[in-house]
Design a protein around this ligand. Sequence first.
Ligand SMILES: Nc1ncnc2c1ncn2[C@@H]1O[C@H](COP(=O)(O)OP(=O)(O)O)[C@@H](O)[C@H]1O
Ligand SMILES: CCCC(=O)OP(=O)(O)O
Length: 354
Amino acid sequence: MTYTILVVNLGGTSTKVALYENDESIAVETLRHPTEIIMQPFHEQIEFRFKAIMSFLEQCDVDPQDIDIVSARGGVLKPIQGGTYDISREMVEDLRENRHGQHASNMSGVIADRFRARYGCQAVITDPVVVDELIDEVRPTGLRGIERRSVFHALNQKAVARKYAESINKSYSDINAIVCHMGGGITVGAHRHGKVIDVNDGLSGEGPMSPTRTGSLPNDRLARYILENDMDYDSVYDVLTKEGGFISLAGTQDAIELEERALAGDGAIEAIFRALAAQVAKEIGSRAAILKGDVDQIIFTGGLAYSQYLMDLIIPYISFIAPVAVYAGEAEMQALAEGAYRVLTGQEEMKTYV
Ligand SMILES: Nc1ncnc2c1ncn2[C@@H]1O[C@H](COP(=O)(O)OP(=O)(O)O)[C@@H](O)[C@H]1O
Ligand SMILES: CCCC(=O)OP(=O)(O)O
C-alpha cells in the first residue's frame, strides 16, 4: 500500500511543505516570507500560510482528498517525550490559544487539523519543540518560581544527530554531540547518548541572538526597558522572539541580504555577524562544559549554516572542542514524513497528547 503524506513545517521565517509517497519525497518547497508577514500575530498569518500550502498542492496536481495523513511540525505544548502524536482536540486548543507559549510552529498543528476537517485524513505531529530530556541540575534558576524549560529545534537537532551517527556507522545513542540549529531562532543542544540534556530555550530570551530573537539580555537593563517603554507581556514577548536580533539591529531577518552587505564592506552589518558568531561560540562552549568535555562532534544546521561567511567567523572559536560537521538547511521534512510513516505502518505506536 502506498500512503500519500503531506508534510507542513511552519517556522519563524518560512513555510516548508512537501509531499511524500511512503517515506520517499516527491515534491518539496520552501516559501520564505517577508518580514512584514512574519511580524503579524499568528492567527492573522494562518490564512496566508494555509493558502500557500493549498497552492503547492495545486502546482503538484494533487487532489487534497488523496492525502492520507498530514504530518505537522509540533509547536509549543506541555513538556512531552519525543515521538508521533495524534493531533487531539486538546492539542489544537493549546496551540491555537498559545497556552504554553507562542511560536510559528503552533500554526502547523492548527493547519493540519483544518486540513483533516476539510478532507477527512489523519493528522499528526512528531518531536515537537517541547521535547524535554533536560537533566535535573540545568532546570533551576536563581529565582524561586522560575524554572528553565526545554524549547528548541528538537525535530531537526535529533534528525541531523542521527544522520551524523549513521554516517560513521554508529547509532544516535552511542555518541555525544553538540548540535547548533541556526534558523529564525538559534538553539544549541548537548546530546548525550541520544538525550538532549541541556539546551537554550529558543523562546525565552536565552542563548545567542538570531535573525528574529534578542537572545540573552542583561536582566536589569531589560526590566528598565520594559518600564520605560510601558510594555505589556505580549509586546515584550514579541520583542524577544519576533522583533529581536537581525530585525532589531538591521531591520530584516534576511541573512542572505545582510551577508551581501557585510561582504560589500558595510562595517555595521559586519559587526553584527561578528557578535553573533561570538555568542554562538559561547553557547557551544557552555554545552561542552555540561558534557564535561566529552564531545565527539559539533554539528551545525539550519538556514544560517549555509552562510560560509558566518561559519568562518564561528569555527575558529570552537574547533578546539571537537571536529565540526555542517548540515545546512534541515532534515525536518524527512523526519516528519518518517514519523507519520512509522505510525501508519504500525512500526511505532501513535502517542496521545492529554
Ligand atoms: N543560503 C543562505 N545563506 C545565508 N542565510 C540563509 C540562507 N538560506 C536561508 N538563510 C537564512 O536562514 C534563516 C532561516 O533559517 P531556517 O532554518 O529556514 O529558519 P526557520 O525554519 O526558523 O524559518 C533566515 O535568516 C534566512 O535568511
Ligand atoms: C521554538 C524553538 C524553535 C525555533 O526557534 O524555531 P524557528 O527557528 O523556526 O523560529
